[in-house]
Design a binder for this molecule. Structure first.
Ligand code: A2P
Length: 271
């Protein structure tokens, strides 16, 4: 018996904590999306992550942290992943097909949750690469729009095609029968690339410090205000560190579930 069940095989659950893959979409040779069934027992807050994986050669599962990219009201679970050719998990996970099974431990955790922020007016989602995944969940949570007047999604990738997953999702929101009304015109999207020409260019960090994103979106300020601006950050370690330094300089402090403040951070997970 191979690790992932053959698509043609009967769909009986063979793994502990097994979930069935219901959809797979490949975006680039390095990025893909997949959707699975959701365990009935799984309750989570938008922005949290779970451990998912596949059985290893020796029967011991290879598990990694993945942000849930779907909202908590959805009956399936979305994931957005990098493909690492020699990665222990993603070298194999990238080949999953509809009908295959993955292992999913139904114990959600994470810091990118609305509860870890003090009340505010404007919420910033700052991401690079697959770091957009938790925001794909939060951008579809009615709570986000009930708690904030304005939501800004800044996402930076090297190339235009790497923005597609986020762009398609965001463009579909106003027309979405479930969440469209909540989103209204509150969500502003600011995608940028750094190594290919596109409408808006440059790193999140540079566009914040130069004030460019504030001017381009007509926000009427040149920096975040700790009294009203809140932020959630998800990218590489270096990205997180650099964004935190900028926000600390503006007087925002890192919050946690136990002690809400002005921003929260999580590392984007890789395979
Ligand atoms: P750049 O092309 O200038 O390196 P990666 O693919 O290396 O994870 O990077 C994803 C995106 O994040 C790229 O657009 C990259 O810009 C940007 N990036 C990488 N490191 C940082 C950082 N420390 N601060 C801001 N942006 C960063």
């Amino acid at each position: 018996q191979t690790a992932v069940t053959d698509s043609a095989a009967p769909r009986t659950k063979t793994l502990p904590d097994a979930q069935t893959v219901t959809e797979v979409r490949h975006y680039t040779d390095r990025l893909f999306y997949f959707r699975t069934t959701r365990p009935r027992s799984l309750r989570f807050r938008s922005g949290e992550f779970v451990m998912i994986g596949l059985p290893g050669e020796n029967g011991k599962p290879i598990m990694r942290a993945y942000s849930i990219a779907s909202p908590s009201w959805d009956d399936g679970l979305d994931f957005y992943s990098i493909k690492v050719q020699d990665g222990p998990l993603t070298s194999r996970l990238q080949h999953i097909k509809e009908g295959d099974e993955i292992i999913l431990r139904p114990k959600p955790v994470g810091t990118l949750v609305l509860d870890a922020l003090l009340p505010g007016k404007r919420l910033w989602f700052l991401a690079t690469g697959t770091g957009i995944a938790p925001f794909a969940s939060l951008m579809r949570d009615p709570e986000t729009y009930e708690q904030y007047d304005e939501v800004i999604m800044m996402h930076t990738c090297r190339e235009v095609a790497e923005l597609d997953f986020g762009r398609q999702l965001i463009e579909s929101l106003p027309e979405d029968p479930l969440i469209g009304e909540f989103v209204g015109d509150k969500l502003k999207y600011y995608p940028t690339t750094t190594r290919e020409e596109s409408k808006w260019m440059g790193r999140v960090t540079d566009n914040l410090t130069s004030g460019k994103v504030f001017r381009d979106l007509g926000l009427g300020a040149e920096q975040m205000d700790p009294a009203t601006d809140r932020a959630m950050v998800c990218g590489s370690l270096d990205f997180n560190k650099d964004v935190m330094a900028i926000m600390e300089g503006w007087g925002l402090r890192e919050g946690a579930n136990s002690e809400p403040a002005e921003y929260v951070v999580e590392k984007a997970f890789v395979g």
